[in-house]
Design a protein around this ligand. Structure first.
Ligand SMILES: [Ca+2]
Length: 420
């Protein structure tokens, strides 16, 4: 029931955010993994294929904008990784595509844009939290905006995937809702580690989101006066954002039931608050959307009026048959008042053959079970996730409010019920 942590690499420890995580983890009794997973520098000049304009020297590869190379990378264990690149560019960035088992012809961007300082000298640049499964992966390294020179890349494990947890399966026959699991957020301080673990990093989370999710940091996630507060902050020196993403992954999986989030959401343009469910068998981008996703509370700031706080909540199910990258996801929205200054209860009733979305007890969304696993992966456990993103394909579609100052996503409780 603990997170296995693989933290001992010196270059990881040199990062302040990760040093804090290691220290806090030892305080709360997480176990550090003794067997360090070793990874080597991957010399990119040994690439297998490249587009026509790629040039190779003895020590590095020159990739013009909109070109790429493919190189095989051995991932030693399923988990989350730091992806470090040693390279240079004047105005270019790179992004890495995991091309493993790409039978769907999708784009598995596992790093977002990795930037370089504009001085054209070789240096190291990293993204954190990339989800990868064990095995040999063909990576496509893409250059964007300008030519990029790359000498090597390196993967360092941050967290090994933990798939051992308790599954709570709810009965869904009867007329009375009965509480089976909750966090009422009534003990001040860091969130309860018997219920929540942290997703960490800044790899873009599949949506080009801007924030770095930190862990064990009361600045980004704390319980205060009966509520969980997830708060985003912008570093004034380098303009980067931090926030938090909590998950029951590795602690509790849920199958069926009513799941409620009582929450206030931020109204600032550029924010994206979410309370949702993700299939417990998610382990890398290839496993999504086969694992299924049920979005219960999804509110983007630009849809919420800055004065009245009236706006929209969205409920959506993503499955291999229907999901947003195909543009055919099945969702619905509902209008609400006072979303930022008063609590509303965002809920889903998940039955073996149908999912309903509700706000304040009023049903506004239905997703029906259909033929097969591609349409209905919802007969397997799902994890609960709470996060506040900044920017990204949806939340950032209208830009960021330049005056936004430390927006808060406030949850009074998360509750799971069965029906009997
Ligand atoms: Ca509470």
């Amino acid at each position: 029931m603990h997170q296995k942590l693989l933290f001992l690499k010196l270059n990881v420890l040199l990062s302040g955010k990760f040093t804090a995580l290691v220290l806090m983890c030892s305080l709360v009794g997480c176990k550090q993994e003794a067997n360090e997973v070793e990874t080597d520098l991957i010399q990119v000049e040994n690439y297998t294929t490249g587009t026509d304009h790629v040039q190779k020297t003895e020590t590095y590869v020159r990739i013009p904008a909109d070109n790429h190379i493919t190189i095989n990378v051995d991932v030693p264990a399923t988990g989350r990784y730091q992806v470090e690149v040693f390279g240079s560019s004047d105005n270019g960035t790179i992004w890495i595509e995991d091309y493993i088992n790409n039978t769907d012809d999708r784009t598995y961007n596992i790093t977002g844009d990795i930037k370089f300082a504009h001085n054209n000298s070789f240096h190291s640049s990293s993204m954190f939290g990339s989800p990868l499964s064990e095995g040999s992966h063909p990576f496509k390294i893409h250059a964007k905006n300008d030519t990029v020179n790359i000498d090597w890349i390196k993967l360092t494990p941050i967290l090994v995937h933990d798939s051992t947890y308790e599954v709570l399966e709810q009965k869904m026959q009867g007329s009375q809702w009965d509480l089976v699991w909750s966090d009422e957020f009534d003990v001040n301080g860091l969130p309860d580690t018997s219920k929540w673990s942290y997703n960490i990093g800044n790899w873009g989370w599949g949506n080009n989101e801007l924030q770095y999710y930190t862990a064990f940091d009361e600045k980004t996630a704390r319980v205060e006066d009966g509520n969980l507060i997830i708060q985003a902050h912008q570093d004034k020196s380098d303009s980067t954002w931090t926030s938090a993403r909590l998950t029951t992954q590795g602690k509790f999986g849920f199958k069926y039931g009513k799941i409620e989030f009582r929450a206030k959401v931020p109204h600032d343009r550029g924010t994206w608050a979410a309370g949702w469910l993700l299939g417990s068998n998610y382990k890398d981008e290839i496993s999504w959307p086969y694992c299924g996703e049920i979005d219960v509370l999804e509110c983007v700031g630009y849809e919420i009026n800055d004065t009245t706080f009236a706006g929209l909540n969205h409920a959506t199910c993503h499955t291999r048959k229907y999901y947003f990258k195909q543009g055919n996801q099945i969702g619905s929205d509902t209008t609400l008042t006072h979303m930022t200054d008063s609590f509303h209860t965002y809920a889903v009733e998940w039955h073996p053959d149908v999912i309903y979305g509700l706000v304040d007890g009023k049903r506004y969304y239905t997703y029906d079970k259909n033929a097969d696993d591609l349409e209905w992966p919802f007969n397997k456990p799902q994890d609960i996730i709470l996060n506040l993103a900044i920017g990204g394909g949806w939340g950032g579609a209208k830009g960021l409010d330049p005056n936004m100052d430390a927006p808060q996503y406030i949850l009074d409780y998360v509750r799971v019920y069965d029906l009997k």
